[in-house]
Design a protein around this ligand. Structure first.
Ligand SMILES: *Cc1c(COP(=O)(O)O)cnc(C)c1O
Length: 456
């Protein structure tokens, strides 16, 4: 078995924290396609985007050539409250699996919001504050993003209005209360508060909502109130950029100990944690300096990379946001009410979509019950109770480690453990009671979602 010369937990010194975010687009030969203005069908201008988003974030969104962006000092100071995040060697899991593989995970659950989302929440709230805004609006799926944003807004004294996907609002009352404790107002989506919410309710009575619906409502709320902008917890390239602190810290820690991962795995909802984790490694691959295998893991119930199409689509159900070229199931696709709220999004980051289309990254879809089986196995040996979203990555990491057991290969596997699952105990209860099922959309359902793609 492993000789354990590598520590169980690799921490960095505060002075080793990244001081810049890395923009992987700068090293991509095939750049992600530009966002299109839904009104004109042409590449969107900074001016048009600034009606919805903060100016500094618009600059980051549109810049595909600058490789590094300085992290402003106040954001670095906030990061120091909960970063560096540990890189953990999963010795106990390796032993349990009796695999020759070496397994590492980067744990992002060490903050009250319980996930990596805080890395971008503080950045976005900071730029809103710098612009002199009163507040921000947003959507949240399972509640992690809303929780993270409400923490960041409380810290900076900004108003925070959250539209929460209705099924999560009902399934996860505790997340809702954490947000309210931090001072955010939380509305179940679709709601009667916005015109688009009322329209969606009329067309789909009794719907449990989706991220796409909630985005439309939050955008409408931002653009109809003076001094407000909209912020988003995933999908956009600015979010992926902020999340590169995950990958940069990981790379520094691994380099310190001379560790080189063979396979890097992450769960993919809108793609921000995965994009953030793999960016520095992908940069090396794009520049021809090193080679890695990257695997995106998505739920079989919402398989945008593995069963979607690579086309321009709306980012939201209400079709008010810019169009992005991405792997998508169609903006009208409403995934079944699974327990991984953070992965119920119809599209995928345009950066990851392009990398996947270029064959630089693989994708796999996994079923819910197998994900919870992996979560349980992991919790029992590694101690951490993982978020259902994160457990998608655990599933594939275990599968890859078991392959190594068969072949005898000593591969080094790295995966992103994006958060904790304390607020997902109804889901664990269902699994523990043997009542959890799997839902895989039929080909007809996928075709229906793709039938109404915009013509561009
Ligand atoms: C939101 C979330 C995800 C998925 O979002 P990405 O943008 O794809 O990273 C994954 N894990 C957790 C814990 C989340 O909260």
């Amino acid at each position: 078995m492993a000789d354990k010369t590598i520590p169980y937990k690799i921490y960095l010194e505060e002075s080793e924290l990244p001081k810049q975010w890395y923009n992987v687009r700068a090293d991509m030969k095939n750049k992600p396609a530009p966002l299109l203005d839904p009104k004109t069908g042409k590449p969107i201008t900074a001016e048009a985007l600034s009606e919805v988003f903060c100016e500094e974030l618009v600059k980051q969104e549109l810049d595909d050539t600058t490789p590094y962006f300085d992290i402003p000092q106040p954001i670095l100071d906030f990061y120091k409250m909960y970063r560096p995040a540990p890189l953990v060697r999963a010795y106990c899991l390796e032993e349990k699996l009796q695999t020759p593989a070496k397994i590492y995970y980067k744990f992002e659950g060490n903050n009250t919001s319980g996930s990596h989302k805080l890395n971008s929440a503080i950045a976005q709230a900071y730029y809103a504050k710098e612009q002199g805004l009163k507040g921000v609006t947003t959507e949240t799926g399972a509640g992690q993003w809303g929780t993270a944003l409400s923490m960041a807004c409380a810290y900076l004294g900004l108003d925070c209005q959250v539209y929460m996907v209705k099924c999560s609002y009902e399934q996860k009352p505790f997340r809702r209360e954490v947000m309210r404790t931090y001072g955010a107002s939380v509305t179940p989506s679709p709601s009667e508060l916005t015109a688009i919410g009322r329209q969606i309710l009329k067309e789909h009575p009794g719907t449990t909502g989706s991220l796409g619906c909630a985005i439309s409502e939050a955008v409408e709320a931002a653009t109809t109130q003076e001094g407000y902008r909209y912020v988003l917890g995933s999908v956009l390239t600015q979010v992926l950029l902020h999340q590169t602190v995950i990958g940069l810290e990981t790379k520094t820690a691994m380099d310190k100990y001379g560790i080189k991962p063979d396979i890097i795995i992450g769960c993919a909802g809108g793609g921000s944690n995965l994009g953030g984790l793999i960016s520095p490694f992908m940069g090396e691959k794009l520049r021809g300096e090193a080679d890695y295998r990257f695997i995106a893991v998505e739920p079989a119930s919402c398989p945008s990379l593995t069963r979607g199409k690579y086309v321009y689509d709306y980012c939201d159900t209400g079709r008010v946001c810019p169009l992005a070229k991405m792997y998508t199931l169609g903006s009208g696709f409403i995934p079944s009410s699974t327990h991984s709220g953070g992965l119920r999004y119809h599209g995928m980051s345009s950066v990851l979509s392009q990398l996947y289309d270029d064959g630089l990254m693989e994708a796999r879809s996994v079923e819910q019950t197998s994900v919870f089986a992996a979560a349980q196995e992991f919790a029992r040996v590694e101690g951490i109770l993982p978020a259902p979203e994160s457990s998608h990555a655990i599933r594939v990491a275990i599968d890859e480690a078991l392959k190594c057991k068969e072949t005898g290969e000593e591969k080094t596997i790295l995966f992103g453990l994006t958060g904790t699952g304390y607020f997902d105990m109804f889901a664990y209860q269902k699994f523990n009671d043997g009542l959890m099922g799997d839902y895989i959309p039929t080909d007809e359902e996928i075709a229906r979602g793709l039938a109404n793609l915009p013509q561009v």
